[in-house]
Design a protein around this ligand. Structure first.
Ligand SMILES: [Zn+2]
Ligand SMILES: [Zn+2]
Length: 561
């Protein structure tokens, strides 16, 4: 099983996967023409996982199998290496071992030789160490591990630390060219690595003897695959760990609201370790006096400014009309000295007279860089939106947006400031608040062990702000569950976006979903529906039937809300 073969079908030659033996052979079945590749792409256990993914996300099994390994590079297949012995690992020394955490003994035991689901909420400065120690514990039990990180570049501190600790025993599935990726995957299949580290595709890495599936920064949106089958690394990891009898560890400073529904053991430091967080009102031009004073004293600081650029165009200087993009009517933003539309990206021209000279309302990271430089005693730099994320060095203040908040390892900063927390309220999307909180908590964590944080907001009692102050999202999660339920998308419901002709709406209504929202895009009807997870197989059957009658053109599972 697991072979890729060529078979004749309606006079053509098509490729197919061998799923296993069967006694149920229809009369008009033709022989396999040839095996396309000597590689066995999956075994029984993986096939079971693929079938689960196919059902859960209403995706064809063939699409799931195709996504489970990198695209083939045929010339690499001749050189599949047999397993080789790894080099000795560096001794792993952790400042605060897992067993000192609440429920840490139970976690260690499960990783070493048992199973179970754990949510780890590490102290920010221990996040990397905890992952390394979890892997060490797994290997000490004679089992293998998969570590999943949401981003590839820059290489997350967690991935770099695991690689450093276990050397050649680690296979990295992080970026690289096509040939590299396929070769690495074949090496994993040959059993060469005890540890695999990678982004989303690594959740299907062909590791045997699994003892640990570790999902780093579990609440990160990049853990969701945005191509078919649209799987989520968290859910596939949970299922895979269960099928393999392994421990599943979801690690995050701020876990997702979805994770709160799991029957999981929460592992956290025995004593609270979180920086002091002051909440202040923004003050003139988003500069509270408290913040200005703190910035004057700061030696190493990070300022989180959610908006790019220098500011937003308010008015056309030539004709006095309110500023709007001539091409699409969108908002015009001044960034790196150029005014551009934030919607269609065309160069900023007045929609009324075509002029290109605007009055700008200042605000945004470039403006923050400007005023911070006039305030701070040390140099101030900005991480450009597409620049390489890094921590500030000694004697430096960095200004950056949410995209600058990465897994960069322990921060050790003396100040972290969230400049405009209220902007998250105005962002569209049901999950925008949760995303904002998780980003803030990661940033504020950089103030450990001896710095502090300042957050500017007009709403100090907002549950997200309170969670940030406490370093604990529990009450925020309660509030979030209430809010999502009221919006018709309860946490834990299965959500699908399905497109098709106008008849689609009535065809889906008969399924009586919890929520069905309908919108139109061109001649397509787009239905966003939520339903109880145990009804997904029923939806799957309906969708396959509708697709056969051309009543469904596209199915997207668990879209970002
Ligand atoms: Zn535009
Ligand atoms: Zn004008």
């Amino acid at each position: 099983m697991g072979s890729l073969v060529q078979v004749p079908f309606h006079g053509r030659s098509i490729r197919g996967w061998v799923l296993g033996a069967t006694d149920d052979v229809p009369s008009r079945v033709l022989d396999v023409r040839k095996a396309v590749s000597p590689v066995r792409f999956f075994d029984d256990d993986m096939l079971e996982l693929f079938r689960w993914v196919s059902e859960r996300y209403v995706a064809p099994l063939a699409a799931v199998i195709a996504r489970s390994h990198p695209p083939r590079v045929v010339s690499e297949e001749a050189e599949v290496l047999p397993g080789t012995a790894g080099v000795a690992a560096r001794q792993v020394v952790s400042s605060r071992p897992l067993v000192d955490h609440r429920n840490g003994v139970e976690l260690s035991r499960a990783i070493k030789g048992g199973l179970g689901t754990f949510i780890v909420r590490p102290a920010p400065e221990d996040e990397v160490d905890v992952a390394v120690e979890a892997v060490a514990t797994c290997l000490a039990g004679g089992r293998r591990a998969i570590v999943l990180v949401p981003e590839a570049a820059p290489v997350p501190a967690t991935a770099a630390a695991v690689r450093e600790a276990f050397g050649d025993r680690v296979g990295m599935l992080l970026g690289g060219d096509r040939r590299m990726r396929y070769r690495r995957w074949l090496e994993i299949l040959s059993g060469r690595f005890e540890v695999v580290i990678g982004t989303r595709p690594a959740v299907f890495a062909p590791q045997l003897d699994l003892g640990l599936m570790l999902v780093s920064r579990e609440s990160h949106p990049a853990h969701r695959e945005d191509r078919a089958p649209y799987h989520h690394v968290r859910d596939v990891s949970l299922r895979r760990a269960e099928l393999s009898g392994a421990a599943c560890v979801l690690s995050a400073i701020c876990p997702s609201v979805e994770s709160t529904l799991l029957a999981a053991t929460v592992v956290s430091p025995a004593a609270r370790r979180w920086p002091p967080v002051e909440v202040v009102r923004p003050g003139p031009e988003g500069r509270a006096p408290r913040l200005v004073r703190a910035l004057r004293e700061a030696k190493r600081a990070f300022l989180l400014s959610p908006l790019h650029g220098y500011g937003v165009a308010q008015v056309c200087r030539a004709c006095g009309s309110p500023a709007a993009c001539a091409a699409c009517g969108g908002v015009l933003r001044s960034e790196e000295g150029v005014v551009r539309c934030v919607v269609c990206e065309s160069t900023g021209r007045c929609a009324f007279c075509g002029a290109a000279d605007f009055g700008i309302r200042r605000g945004g990271a470039e403006r923050v860089e400007e005023w911070a430089a006039a305030t701070a005693a040390v140099r101030v730099r900005r991480v450009p939106p597409k620049g390489k994320a890094r921590l500030p060095v000694e004697g430096e203040v960095l200004v950056g947006g949410p995209e600058a908040i990465r897994d960069l390892g322990p921060g050790g900063l003396d100040l972290v400031a969230i400049l405009d927390a209220d902007l998250a309220e105005r962002r569209p999307g049901l999950a925008s608040r949760e995303r904002a909180l998780s980003t803030w908590m990661e940033a504020v964590g950089w103030a450990r062990p001896s710095g502090r944080a300042i957050v500017q907001t007009e709403h100090p009692n907002d549950p997200a702000i309170q969670a940030l102050v406490r370093g604990n999202p529990d009450r925020f999660h309660e509030d979030e569950r209430r809010r999502r339920k009221a919006a018709g998308f309860p946490v834990g419901a299965a959500v699908f976006r399905i497109a098709g002709p106008p008849a689609l709406e009535t065809s889906l209504e008969v399924l009586r979903p919890t929520t069905l929202l309908v919108s139109f895009a061109g001649d397509q009807t787009v239905c966003l529906l939520a339903l109880e997870p145990d009804r997904v197989p029923e939806l799957g059957r309906a969708v396959r039937e509708l697709a056969a009658r051309d009543l469904v053109t596209r199915v997207e599972a668990e879209p970002h809300l």
